[in-house]
Design a protein around this ligand. Sequence first.
Ligand code: F6R
Ligand code: MG
Ligand code: MG
Length: 375
Amino acid sequence: MQTLSLIKADIGSVAGHWRPTTEVVAAVTDTLEDQGGFLDDTFVFTVGDDIDVLMSHREGENAEPVHELAWDAFLAGTDIAQEQGLYGAGQDLLEDSFAGNVKGLGPGVCELHFEERQAEPILVLGADKTEPGAFNQPFYTTYADARYTSGLLLKDTIHKGFTFEVMDLEHTDPGERTIHLDVPEDIWRLAALLMEPHRFGIKKIRSRATGSQAAAISTQKLRHVAGEYVGKDDPVAIVRTQSNFPSPGEVLQPYATPPMVAGAMRGSHHAPLYPITSDGGEIPSYFDGPALVKAVGMIVNDGQFSEPVYPFDGSFWDAVRSDVSREFREFRERQGVFGPGTLEASELEYGGWTDILDDLEERWEERSSPEIPAE
Ligand code: F6R
Ligand code: MG
Ligand code: MG
């Protein structure tokens, strides 16, 4: 059985929260190369200020050596980030030492475990300046909405539907909790959960025809680990495609009219999810947004990754980018901080607004009776 582990962290960046330096990424990659002899293959890419490490191996999910290697690679990168004085150096490594698994230590992680097919096409997605729930709408559209995914109507195995494992991201005591919902029977119950992306996030999707894992998404909330805001929980996802799974085109279609998601400036606003190219030239430089999503297509062949293809490099997506840029600018100009411009109060990632309300508390004037004019 093959396992793919995708582990990500923001360990420091240039200017603001834009992107890591070449030397920091090289330190991560070198550590994986030097110490990753037990892995089948590795692939490192960046999305905004995040470094995403994809590893293929036979160790299964939650394997300590795999998680520890990613942790050590991020530590090596952090040393360089500190030397270079980068902003937020080591910011997602919230604990001092590794403790068996990167979950709960800061980095985001998702893993898929499966019997490799003759040809195993995958898509890997990474997002920046947003939260795990940003993937709710796109993944719902692909795996549950026959208006968009024709495979749900045209291909018998896909037509049998999918099981979504959804995590309650706010449930931390005594621990995490998840629920399994079968599509199509549970489709409206699934929609009822996923419409609340700050609280519910998709963790895994399985094929009901074969029982095999189709997709995995990271669901870590940094503020639960740190106890305070230390950066948004930029999510990653691995998706198996073609044959009994939706095709890459069905997975990517939702990003052509992307949802508004939580994130951007101070992790406290709404912004569209903006599909970016491979070249690293696109940085979240307008109001620390828009929220970015990068996709990488590959074949896994006996554990080895093929050369990567970046689907959003296609010229079709240039038109999407210019539409989304215009829409986001208009949205920002129209809303400013008001209403849906910012997130609801409970989701604001900085404490300053609450402090203002606390300061104002004694200036409120109690009114003994409503001001209704006498008849
Ligand atoms: C979003 C993000 C940025 C920062 C913003 C202010 O995830 O990281 O939007 O919140 O640039 O950063 P500080 O408060 O560190 O100056
Ligand atoms: Mg950051
Ligand atoms: Mg980030």
